[in-house]
Design a protein around this ligand. Structure first.
Ligand code: FMN
Length: 227
């Protein structure tokens, strides 16, 4: 079949979100201008650059009761956010934190989650998250919409600090079977990534790539993998 507009698909449900999968989940913590903590999951989320590391997420508005999502408003107000990555045991609290609560509600409390302090930004991170990325806003974009009042917002942030739970590391590498990150499929489905397999790149030798990057970026690029 060929679909031009995913809203006119002729299927039982709109297939759009079931196609670009799995999408990692960025569980975004922010602080409001008044210092109230906010936490919400976003699967329109990914990493987009290495040097410096950058991430993006898309808080699409409006909220059901009007106004843009708290995560968007807070990032605009404070220029900072944290991306917490979600492992399988955090599926339920992550889902709870997606509830549309008023801006003065703290979703950490709502989901029964402990906060941990960050080092370079003010929003707290999720203490139990296997990985947390401390981020500063690079650009906030309002993308085109063809269904107002839907507003397609995009946040791009620079990662200024990375927390990794020590137990994820085996022989200096993040072990995917220990990490087991949760990811979003279509509809109301999720998956857990628990297995990887190596595939050598035809034109890239990992040792040469690392050496080239080290030469280009002497400070700390050694061992960097290909994009
Ligand atoms: C797994 C999951 C992924 C989600 N991804 C997005 C997303 O990419 N963009 C979005 O606008 N909302 C997404 N949502 C819904 C938001 O989490 C929800 O609207 C939340 O209440 C927003 O909170 P905020 O107003 O505190 O920012 C997702 C929800 C879940 C459970």
């Amino acid at each position: 079949m060929f679909i031009e507009d995913p809203r006119e698909h002729g299927l039982r449900f709109n297939p759009w979100k079931a196609l670009v999968v799995p999408r990692p989940i960025g569980w975004i913590s922010t602080l409001s201008a008044d210092g109230i903590a906010n936490l919400a999951p976003f699967s329109y989320f990914n990493a987009v650059a290495d040097f410096p590391p950058m991430v993006m997420f898309a808080p699409i508005g409006p909220r059901p009761e009007g106004g843009q999502k708290d995560s968007w408003c807070n990032v605009l107000a404070t220029q900072e956010f944290v991306v917490n990555l979600v492992s399988e045991p955090l599926a339920h609290p992550m889902n709870l934190s997606s509830e549309h609560l008023p801006p003065d509600a703290d979703e950490f409390d709502h989901a029964g989650l402990e906060k941990a302090p960050c080092i370079k930004v003010r929003p707290p991170r999720v203490a139990r998250a296997p990985v947390s990325l401390e981020c500063r806003l690079v650009q906030a974009l309002v993308l085109p919409t063809d269904a107002p009042p839907i507003q397609n917002n995009l946040v791009i942030g620079q990662v200024v600090g990375i927390h990794i739970a020590d137990e994820l590391l085996v022989d200096g590498q993040v072990a995917i079977d220990r990490y087991r990150p949760l990811a979003r499929l279509g509809y109301f489905d999720f998956t857990v990534i628990e297995r990887g397999f190596p595939l050598a790149r035809p034109d890239l030798n990992p040792t040469e790539v690392a050496a080239e990057l080290s030469a280009l970026l002497p400070r700390g690029a050694a061992g960097a993998g290909p994009t």
